[in-house]
Write a protein that binds this ligand. Structure first.
Ligand SMILES: Cc1ncc(COP(=O)(O)O)c(C=O)c1O
Length: 428
């Protein structure tokens, strides 16, 4: 079966033929490739073609696909207990591992996705403060939680409107939206709504609308204003947590959020998310407190051991040091190539996360900084790369991920492919 044939079949029984929208190639056009195998930095399609993978399942695979040490632990638990729905030692080990290293995670609860983690953290914040409004940022994504599927509305400072059918205007009205990189925007919303806001939620390294690296002073000012107004700070580290440092951006910035959400790397490629933070806040959660939260598959043993094996290996091999080396060299060389071939791109990078962005002089820190023609240019680059055997996330607004498996050989191979792709793309 070819990808085309499988996609035709899939379209008959799944919306758009996919189980998560960006996989459908709508932003770049064409038929999605169906992959059947993965190993390290590579994917293999159903047609038997090999691709260098810079999507890495949208972030979880920090060690690369199917790391042997993680696989061993997964196989062990498959042989003993893969779904218990009871108290068990696997989640305890992972929870202790995390809380013993990340001082701001005094208590945590495992869930099965980043979306669930965010939804639950917001509920805790509302319960703990007795307030209803949440402040989020234009350009940050927090999963498909109703109150987070909003866009900037017109009229009142920060007012939001629903950004998906099925999200009621009443729910959307509880969310306020500020601009990234703008102390003024945040200050003006706090001046109007300060005492109604339960929490401000931010991706401290926004990586869902390109990579919009924020100034440290901006985040510090945001935290200061939140504290002054008695509102909680939630760091959504579903992407950045355990990816840019063990403690994510909280560690990088040396800021203690009140609550934090994790996913992706924490589960080493299995369905794991978590929310956690201050013990007094987490004690609001059932059965201790009155914030209801539950999950049939929460803390599933397979996810727990995959997560623990991943984190243990990260620590053992000094992963962040290596990933920084891999990322720095790769981004520098790719930038040189873009420059040499006069391509309209540039690479922004933070550790092992990179973004092939539009070529502009200045930094890109918010959506309005992104040139309009970027999506169109990326589309051409995407298909030229795909032809060469490079798989990237199929949208110019998605970031790329490097793993420990993207060593020098893979980097050299991919740079050659990028060079061919750029020549075919017509920029040489
Ligand atoms: C910052 C952030 N928060 C939340 C989510 C939602 O996570 P999930 O897709 O596991 O529900 C994502 C997903 O990409 C994310 O990037």
């Amino acid at each position: 079966m070819t990808s085309q044939e499988l996609f035709e079949r899939s379209k008959k029984i799944a919306p758009g033929g996919v189980h998560s929208p960006v996989r459908a190639f709508r932003s770049v056009g064409g038929t999605p490739i169906f992959f059947k195998k993965s190993q390290g930095a590579y994917l293999e399609s159903v047609e038997g073609r090999r691709y260098i993978d810079f999507c890495q399942s949208f972030g979880p695979m920090l060690l690369g696909h199917r790391d042997a040490d993680v696989a061993e632990k997964v196989h062990e638990v498959v042989d003993t207990a893969w779904c218990l729905g009871t108290c068990e030692p696997y989640s305890l080990e992972l929870a202790e591992w995390v809380t013993s290293r990340l001082s701001w995670v005094e208590k945590l609860r495992f869930v099965s996705s980043g979306t669930e983690a965010v939804m639950s953290a917001l509920r805790v914040a509302r319960a703990a403060t007795g307030r209803n409004k949440i402040l989020k940022f234009d350009g940050c994504y927090h999963g498909h939680v109703d109150s987070m599927l909003v866009k900037a509305g017109s009229g009142l400072a920060g007012a939001a409107a629903s950004d998906s059918l099925g999200v009621s205007e009443t729910v959307a009205a509880e969310t306020l939206i500020a601009a990234l990189d703008s102390e003024e925007s945040v200050a003006s919303i706090f001046a109007t709504h300060g005492r109604e806001i339960a929490a401000v939620i931010i991706e401290p390294l926004p990586a869902n609308f390109g990579l919009l690296v924020q100034r440290r002073e901006f985040i510090e000012r945001l935290v200061e204003l939140a504290k002054k107004n008695g509102c909680l700070v939630i760091f959504d580290e579903v992407i950045s947590g355990f990816r840019v440092a063990l403690g994510g951006m909280a560690e990088v910035l040396n800021i203690r959020p009140d609550l934090v959400t994790y996913g992706k790397v924490l589960g080493g490629g299995l369905n794991v998310g978590a929310f956690g933070g201050r013990a007094d806040l987490m004690d609001e959660v059932a059965p201790n407190g009155k914030v209801y939260q539950a999950g049939t598959l929460s803390a599933n043993p397979i996810g727990m051991v995959a997560g623990l094996a991943t984190l243990q290996k990260i620590e053992k091999v000094n992963a962040y040091f290596k990933l920084e080396e891999i990322g720095k060299s790769f981004a520098e060389k790719l930038n040189q190539l873009f420059f040499k071939l006069d391509a309209p791109f540039k690479v922004d990078r933070f550790g092992s996360i990179f973004w092939i962005r539009a070529w502009t002089d200045g930094a890109i820190r918010k959506i309005s900084d992104i040139p309009q023609d970027h999506a169109q240019n990326f589309k051409k680059l995407f298909h030229a790369c795909l032809n060469e055997g490079i798989y990237m996330a199929p949208s110019g607004y998605e970031v790329g991920f490097l793993s420990l498996a993207h060593g020098a050989d893979v980097a050299d191979e991919s740079l050659k492919k990028f060079e061919h792709a750029l020549k075919n793309y017509g920029q040489a």
